[in-house]
Structures are given as structure tokens and as C-alpha cells.
Design a protein around this ligand. Structure first.
Ligand code: ATP
Length: 303
């Protein structure tokens, strides 16, 4: 199957300023790919290269199997830029209808249905739209022609939590329909719940690509078990994946690396009256990529 995005050694320098360096990445059709990195990491540069807004210094990229310069590929892609310029006196609805016609005809009912989902007010002249409503108009135009690939640069910025949930639901529907989504963010929590994989970018370089399910399995979680009577420490010592074990009377507290299976089986020999499992802290893992890369970078600098 043709990759939704295929980048090989993709590099962009702005003069001698590094925007993106040597990005090799494949985004599979039908997946939701989260593109994560702090400010200035190179996310927007990558996205602009995919859309032929800017051209690479080196390397190549294919979008839906085509060179991004090919005009025909544009109508197959939906794009929400990070900074959306919506100006003028036209009502947002007229603007969206116009874009719909340009893109080969988008039914008005689809625009209205999206506006209703996002609770967007489209009767307002564009220049008077609030930041949140602007973002909603941006999202509607990115999704409304049902593109095969939706590229979203920081899509949730300015959206209130309810609209964010609606947006995430829409992203999942796009995946169910077999279409692909690439969304950038500087916060893991924003993309973690929907993404199949995340790419972590820092200082213009892709540091890691991780399967979110695997990341979750690797993640550290804290567990607390309470029994109906005191339990012996020996029953829980040395279990695979169990760390920081504390046994106090009828309570066991520990940290689990990966699967909690061994702990659960050991606990099953006693009567469990209460069990608390804190959500795995992916942020902790996420941050280790930054610090590892930081160390690597520092070693290179001092070499
Ligand atoms: N037009 C430009 N001219 C010069 N340097 C640029 C330009 N655009 C981006 N850069 C630089 O390229 C690097 C990557 O920027 P980019 O905007 O791609 O990062 P980002 O991850 O999208 O961050 P943000 O979330 O802040 O937009 C930064 O160091 C930035 O200063």
C-alpha cells in the first residue's frame, strides 16, 4: 500500500538556521500519527514541506505517493495551519462554501453538520471571529472535503475541552473510514489518546517513533493493593517488573514497569479488598527521549 507520507533525508535550512535535518519517516495509510516536539523543534517546517509551502534544502518527500508540487495531490489533503489568517468582511459560512466549490463541491449540509458539531458560529464576518471560532473554521475547512490525508498543525490550540473532545471523536471517525491524520502538538496528553504512533522531534531531528500502545505498556504505573489481613513481604519480593516495594500490614504499594501480571497473580493468593492503579505516566517516558537526546547532543558538541 502507498504510504500517506514518505520522507527520505528531508532537510530544510533557512539560510544557515536549521529548520529540519535528515527526516526519514513513513506514515501509513489509515493511521493517526502524532508529531510531538517543543516550540522550535521543526514541526511546522515539516508540515510546510509536505504541503509544498516551502521547498527542501535536501532530501525528498512523497505525499499520497505524489510529489507535493503536483497540483492534483492538494485536493486529496486537508490542512490546518498553525497560524490561520482569516480576514475580510465575508461571513465564515460564505468563505467555507467558496472553498467547497474550489475543492470540487462540498455539500452545504456537510459544512453545517461540522459547524454544529464544533458549535461554530459561521454568521460572523471573518475579521470579527474570536480565536476559538477561527480555529473551528480552520478545522471545518480541513475536514469538509473528506480528504485522504488530514494534516493539522497544533489543532487543539484555543479550543475549549468539549470542542476538543468532539474534535478527537472526528479524528477517530476519519481513521475508521481508512483515512490518515497527521497532527502536531507540543503536549503529549493532547495526542496520546487518539494517536496510533507518535514521532518525537527535537532541534530539527526526529528522536524516536513509538507505538502508543507499546509506550503505554512500557510505562511506569504505581499500584496499591489492600488485603483483608496482613500479607508477607516474601510473597511480593523479586516479582518481574515490581519496584519500590513497600509492604505495611495488609497493604502493598509498588511501582510496575510494564505489565502488572506477576503482581496480580501473586496478590490472587490472598483476599484483595481494594486495588488502586494510577494511570501510566507517559509524560515521564516522553521526557526521557528529550533528556537522552540532550545528552547525545552534548556529547557531540564536546567531541
Ligand atoms: N521562516 C523562517 N526563517 C528562519 N528560521 C525559521 C523560519 N521558520 C522556522 N525557522 C526556525 O526553524 C526552527 C524550527 O521551527 P518550526 O516553526 O518548524 O518549529 P515548531 O516545532 O513548529 O515550533 P512551534 O511550535 O514554535 O511553531 C526554529 O529554530 C525556527 O526558529
Amino acid at each position: 500500500m502507498t504510504a500517506a507520507v514518505q520522507a527520505e533525508g528531508l532537510t530544510k535550512y533557512y539560510g544557515d538556521r536549521r529548520g529540519l535535518e535528515d527526516l526519514t519517516l513513513e506514515i501509513r495509510p489509515g493511521e493517526i500519527f502524532g508529531y510531538l516536539g517543543p516550540n522550535g523543534a521543526g514541526k511546522t517546517t515539516t508540515i510546510r514541506l509536505l504541503l509544498d509551502v516551502i521547498r527542501p534544502t535536501r532530501g525528498s518527500v512523497r505525499v499520497l505517493g505524489e510529489d507535493p508540487r503536483t497540483a492534483a495531490v492538494r485536493s486529496r489533503v486537508g490542512y490546518l495551519p498553525g497560524e490561520l489568517a482569516l480576514e475580510g468582511r465575508d461571513q465564515a459560512l460564505d468563505y467555507l462554501r467558496f472553498l467547497g466549490r474550489v475543492r470540487g463541491g462540498v455539500p452545504g449540509s456537510r459544512i453545517e453538520a461540522l459547524a454544529e458539531r464544533f458549535d461554530a458560529d459561521l454568521s460572523v464576518p471573518m475579521r470579527k471571529l474570536s480565536k476559538g471560532n477561527k480555529q473551528k473554521v480552520g478545522l471545518i475547512q480541513a475536514f469538509m472535503h473528506e480528504p485522504e490525508l488530514v494534516i493539522l498543525d497544533e489543532p487543539t490550540s484555543g479550543l475549549d475541552p468539549l470542542v476538543q473532545q468532539e474534535f478527537l471523536a472526528l479524528v477517530r471517525e476519519v481513521r475508521t473510514a481508512g483515512r490518515t491524520v497527521l497532527m502536531s502538538s507540543h503536549v503529549l496528553a493532547e495526542v496520546e489518546s487518539v494517536s496510533d504512533r507518535v514521532g518525537i522531534v527535537r532541534r530539527g531531528r526526529l528522536v524516536a517513533v513509538e507505538n502508543v500502545a507499546a509506550l503505554r505498556e512500557k510505562a511506569v504505573r504505581r499500584m496499591e493493593l489492600h488485603f483483608d489481613a496482613p500479607v508477607p513481604r516474601s510473597a511480593f519480593e523479586g516479582l518481574p517488573g515490581v519496584r519500590d516495594l513497600r509492604v505495611e500490614g495488609a497493604s502493598v504499594r509498588c511501582t510496575i514497569d510494564g505489565r502488572p501480571d506477576a503482581l496480580v497473580k501473586a496478590a490472587a493468593r490472598f483476599t484483595v479488598v481494594h486495588l488502586v492503579s494510577a494511570e501510566p505516566d507517559l509524560e515521564e517516558i516522553f521526557l526521557t527521549y528529550y533528556s537522552e537526546e540532550e545528552r547525545h547532543h552534548d556529547r557531540q558538541e564536546s567531541a
